[in-house]
Write a new protein. Structure first.
Length: 308
C-alpha cells in the first residue's frame, strides 16, 4: 500500500526528516508516535503530496507520489492538525467544495456529502458557519472532508487532541469503524489513547525512525508493563505491597491522592498476590487494573536517545 524509502526533507538547512524508510500494508492501522516537533506532521504532508521530498521516494499503491501525483492524491484522505475555520463558510459549503474538487458533481456529489454528514452526525450543524462550531465538531468536519471521496488511505493528524472525554470516545469509535474500511496512519503525541486502535507503532524523534514494531511489543518494553494500579479512599500499607514477590517498586500518583502503581519485575505476575493481600487486609479499593504498558513513557524514552 505504502512504500517509503530513504526519505529526507530539508527545510532551510535543517533536516526535518532524515533517511526514513518503512512500509504499510493495506488494511493496517498504524500509529505514528513522537513528541512535539519530531516531524510527524511533516511526514504526513510528504505522504499526502503537500510537500516534496528532498530525496528518497514515496510509493502509494505502487505509484510514485512525484511522478503520479494526481493518482496518489486521489487515493489519500487527510485530516489536518489545524481544524477548518472560516467566519462565513458553512459545513455544507465546505463539504460541497471539497467534493467538487475531488471531481464529483450533481447527484453523486450530493450523495457523497449526505453520506459523510450522516455518518459523522453533522446534520444539525450542516448550515452553521465553521467558526461557530466547538472543537469536537470541527474535528468531525475535518474527517468528513477527508473521507468524502472514499480514500484507500486515511491520514489523521492528532485527531483526539484537546477533546473532552465524551467527544474523544465518540471520535475514537468513528476512527475504529474507518479502520475496518481503509488503511490508516494516525499521528499523535498520545500513544496510550490509541493503544486499542492501532496494531503497529512507528516512533520518530528528530526526524528519524526510532522504532517500527507491533504496538503490543512497544508496550511490553514499558517499565509499567504488568504493573498494577490501584486506588483507595484511605491510604494502603505501601510496605506490605513493596515486599510482595516480584514487586520492583511503587509509584504514588501526585495528581490523584490514594492512587498507587505497583511495578513488576520482568517476567513476574504480581496481580494475584496483590489481590490476595487486599482481600486479607480488607482494604477498600475503589479501582484496580493491570497495566498493559504505557506507550507515552516509551516514546519519551526513545525521544531522549541521541541519534548518531
Amino acid at each position: 500500500m505504502i512504500e517509503i524509502s530513504n526519505l529526507t526533507k530539508k527545510l532551510g538547512r535543517k533536516n526535518v526528516i532524515t533517511q526514513l524508510s518503512f512500509c504499510v500494508q493495506r488494511g493496517e492501522c498504524v500509529g505514528l508516535f513522537g513528541e512535539r516537533g519530531c516531524g510527524k506532521t511533516t511526514l504526513l504532508n510528504l505522504i499526502a503530496g503537500v510537500l516534496k521530498p528532498t530525496s528518497g521516494y514515496i510509493n502509494i499503491q505502487g505509484l510514485n507520489t512525484q511522478t503520479h501525483s494526481i493518482q496518489t492524491k486521489n487515493a489519500i484522505g487527510y485530516q489536518l492538525h489545524d481544524v477548518p475555520s472560516h467566519a462565513v463558510m458553512t459545513v455544507k459549503s465546505l463539504l460541497n467544495f471539497i467534493a467538487a474538487v475531488r471531481g464529483f458533481s450533481g447527484a453523486e456529489k450530493r450523495r457523497r456529502v449526505n453520506q459523510v454528514v450522516t455518518r459523522l452526525e453533522l446534520s444539525s450543524v450542516f448550515n452553521y458557519p465553521l467558526d461557530t462550531l466547538p472543537l469536537g465538531i470541527k474535528r468531525k468536519v475535518a474527517i468528513a472532508q477527508a473521507i468524502v471521496h472514499s480514500p484507500d488511505l486515511l491520514l489523521l493528524d492528532e485527531p483526539l487532541e484537546n477533546l473532552v472525554p465524551d467527544e474523544w470516545l465518540k471520535l475514537k469509535t468513528l476512527i475504529q469503524s474507518l479502520s475496518e474500511e481503509m488503511t490508516l496512519i494516525i499521528a499523535s503525541r498520545h500513544g496510550d489513547a490509541l493503544s486499542d486502535l492501532c496494531s503497529r507503532a512507528l516512533v520518530i524523534a528528530g526526524g528519524r525512525l526510532k522504532a517500527d514494531t507491533a504496538l503490543v511489543d512497544l508496550q511490553r518494553s514499558s517499565r509499567h508493563y504488568q504493573a498494577v494500579t490501584l486506588a483507595a479512599d484511605t491510604p494502603v500499607d505501601l510496605l506490605a505491597l513493596a515486599v510482595l514477590p516480584g514487586v520492583a517498586g511503587i509509584e504514588e500518583d501526585r495528581h490523584a491522592p490514594g492512587t498507587v502503581t505497583v511495578l513488576a519485575m520482568p517476567g513476574h505476575s504480581i496481580f494475584p498476590s496483590i489481590n490476595a493481600l487486599i482481600t486479607h487486609r480488607g482494604w477498600k479499593i475503589t479501582s484496580m487494573h493491570l497495566e498493559p504498558g504505557r506507550l507515552n513513557d516509551v516514546v519519551h524514552h526513545l525521544s531522549q536517545e541521541v541519534s548518531p
